[in-house]
Design a protein around this ligand. Structure first.
Ligand SMILES: Cc1cc2nc3c(=O)[nH]c(=O)nc-3n(C[C@H](O)[C@H](O)[C@H](O)COP(=O)(O)O)c2cc1C
Length: 240
C-alpha cells in the first residue's frame, strides 16, 4: 500500500520551519508501506487572500486569483497525510497559510463535487516560534480546527514530548537558522525534546493514514454508498 505524505513548510523564508520539517521526516523511522514524502515550501510563493467572489462554487472549485493556490491544492488533494511546519506569527498562523486555508475550504466542495465531503487527511503540526510560550499551542490549535473543518483527522506525536503538536522555540533568536543551531550546535535539551516529538508525530501520522486506508479497503463496498466519503475513497481507487 502506498501512503503519500505532503510536508508543507509555511514560512516565507527557508529557515527554521523547513529545517524542522526535514528533520522530522528523517526521524520518522521505517515503515512496512511504500511511503512517499513530498516537500512544499512557501518561500518564494504567493498566496493572496480570498476575495469572497464565490466563483469557485460554480466552477469546479477554480479560483479567480492566479497565484500558487491551485498547485498546492492539487498536492493537498492527492496526498494521504499533510504535515504543516509553521512559524508562530503574532500568536497564530502566518497570513499566507490562512489565505490558503480560506481558499481551500471555500473551493473543496465544488472541486470534489460533494458538499462538505470528508477527505480524511491525516494532519499533523510542527510549530516553532522565537519565544517560549510565544503562541505555539494556539497556532497548533488553529491547524487542528482547519483539519476538523475539512473533514480530516488531526494527529499528534507521542506524549510527553508531544501534546497537540510538536512544538519548539528558538531561544529568543529570530535568525533563520537559530533552531538548527540549538539542535546541532549546543544540542540544547528543549530542542532535542522537540525533535523527538517531531519524529513521533510524522510516524503516527503515517501509521494513522495507513490504518485509515487499509480499513477503508476492507469496507469499500459498504462505504461507496456514502457520498460524503467520495473524496477519501477516490484515493483508494487510484492507489489501492
Ligand atoms: C511577523 C512575525 C510575527 C512573529 N510573532 C511571533 C510570536 O507571536 N511568537 C513567537 O514566539 N515568535 C514570533 N515570531 C518569530 C518567529 O516565529 C520565529 O523567528 C520563527 O523561528 C520563524 O520561523 P522561520 O525561520 O521558519 O521563518 C514572529 C516573527 C514574525 C516575522
Amino acid at each position: 500500500m502506498e501512503i503519500r505524505v505532503l510536508g508543507i513548510s509555511a514560512s516565507p523564508r527557508k529557515g527554521n520551519s523547513l529545517y524542522f520539517l526535514r528533520e522530522a521526516v528523517a526521524r520518522a523511522g521505517e515503515f512496512p508501506w511504500d511511503v512517499r514524502f513530498t516537500e512544499y515550501d512557501f518561500a518564494g510563493k504567493r498566496f493572496l487572500p480570498c476575495v469572497s467572489c464565490h466563483h469557485c462554487r460554480n466552477h469546479d472549485g477554480d479560483c479567480v486569483i492566479g497565484d500558487d493556490f491551485a498547485a498546492l491544492r492539487e498536492l493537498w488533494v492527492e496526498n494521504d497525510a499533510i504535515i504543516y511546519s509553521v512559524p508562530v506569527y503574532h500568536v497564530g498562523i502566518p497570513a499566507q497559510l490562512k489565505a490558503f486555508f480560506d481558499r481551500l475550504g471555500q473551493s473543496l466542495s465544488a472541486y470534489y463535487g460533494v458538499p462538505s465531503g470528508r477527505p480524511l487527511k491525516v494532519i499533523g503540526t510542527l510549530v516553532q516560534g522565537c519565544h517560549l510560550f510565544g503562541g505555539q499551542e494556539l497556532t497548533a490549535a488553529a491547524i487542528m480546527q482547519h483539519a476538523v473543518l475539512l473533514g480530516s483527522v488531526p494527529v499528534a506525536g507521542d506524549r510527553p514530548e508531544s501534546y497537540i503538536a510538536a512544538a519548539a522555540w528558538t531561544g529568543g533568536d529570530m535568525g533563520k537558522d537559530s533552531f538548527r543551531d540549538m539542535c546541532e550546535g549546543s544540542g540544547e535539551r528543549d530542542a532535542l525534546i522537540s525533535m523527538r516529538a517531531a519524529g513521533s508525530l510524522v510516524r503516527r501520522c503515517v501509521q494513522t493514514a495507513a490504518l485509515l486506508k487499509s480499513g477503508a479497503t476492507v469496507w469499500a463496498d459498504h462505504l461507496k454508498d456514502d457520498p460524503k466519503l467520495r473524496p477519501f475513497l477516490s484515493r483508494l481507487r487510484d492507489r489501492a
